[in-house]
Write a new protein. Structure first.
Length: 324
């Protein structure tokens, strides 16, 4: 089978690799599409190191079941599925408490275990979700990052009728804007890329006015240096800041400022299994608007994966790989 592998930072090749074997609790999936996100770009650029090279990237995937292990029930050959790409252990204290996003043994597809940018993949059945057969691949490649967005919104406690600032209108920021607008929230967005800002506005967000302040909620999705500090200056007292984007730089704000501003900081790491993913899939299948695929931009065939990654750094909309 063909797969896209990272051979060195910035360099991807499409090569032939052995087809994976299906264990007793696994599902073999013929992939239809894989979305690209900031985590993939961080590995591609060399900012995050994969366990080894060459390495298969990608974690936002959809496909069709072509085989199941002997212990698998509830899934059958021919079903369309999406993959929940964070395999928590389900047995540690945090998992048993429902906080699987904090599982210390969690396997992260495309980051700690090989990814989904290949024609066939194997995934544990517990993390494979059946979906209706007539849903567009553009919607399905957004399920995982949409779940990240919905989990952040849930953790924030934001309510319909309230307002917020979203920093960053990459694919994750766009899906968050979409979710918040759908929740009845007034969304202001800050994004230096004019095309991305326009895309966020098409989803119902509003550009942040230069003098805006006193907003009760901040969602930082970009991970850009200094973005959190900029956002905190726009918060009301008290205010809540939800950090989604990753950045290793020290936070340039003092504990005194946080205390004086009565700021609640929430780090929102992915989502919790199975509730968050189930809710996103349920909303998708109920055709609850808006369509996730509204954030999708260009799609590329597997052989153009290098071009796709290059485009994804600045594209106004989600870039995905069409594996059908």
């Amino acid at each position: 089978m063909r797969a896209a592998v990272l051979t060195e930072p910035g360099a991807l090749s499409v090569v032939s690799v052995p087809e994976p074997s299906c264990g007793p609790g696994d599902v073999l999936i013929r992939m239809r599409g894989t979305g690209l996100c900031g985590s993939d770009l961080a590995v591609h650029a060399g900012h995050r190191r994969p366990p080894r090279l060459p390495w298969i990237l990608g974690h936002e995937g959809t496909g069709r079941v072509v085989g199941t292990g002997g212990e698998v029930s509830g899934l059958r050959t021919g079903q369309d599925v999406v993959i929940e790409p964070d395999y928590c252990c389900l047995t540690c204290d945090t998992c048993l408490a429902g906080r699987t996003s904090a599982c210390g043994a969690r396997a992260a597809v495309g980051l700690t275990v090989p990814g989904l940018l290949s024609e066939y993949v194997v995934a544990p059945a517990a993390f494979v979700w059946p979906v209706a057969p007539d849903l567009p691949a553009e919607d399905l490649v957004c399920v995982e990052p949409a779940t990240v967005a919905r989990a952040a919104m849930r953790r924030s406690g934001i309510a319909p009728g309230q307002s917020c600032l979203v920093i960053g209108a990459g694919s994750q920021g766009l899906l968050l804007c979409q979710a918040l607008v759908g929740h009845g929230v007034t969304v202001y967005v800050q994004e230096p890329n004019a095309a991305r800002l326009d895309r966020a506005c098409s989803l119902g967000a509003t550009p942040l006015p230069p003098d805006a302040g006193g907003l009760p909620f901040l969602f930082e999705t970009s991970g850009a240096p200094g973005a959190v500090e900029q956002g905190l200056r726009r918060l009301a007292t008290p205010g809540t800041a939800v950090l989604i984007g990753m950045n290793t730089a020290p936070l340039g704000v003092s504990p005194r400022d946080l205390v004086a501003g009565q700021i609640t900081l929430i780090g929102s790491m992915i989502y919790d299994h199975p509730v968050d993913f189930a809710q996103t899939v349920g909303a998708l299948e109920a055709r609850t608007p808006p369509r996730l695929g509204a954030v999708v931009g260009a799609g590329y065939p597997l052989e153009d994966v290098q071009q796709a990654f290059t485009a994804a750094y600045t594209a106004p909309g989600k870039v995905w790989i069409d594996l059908s």
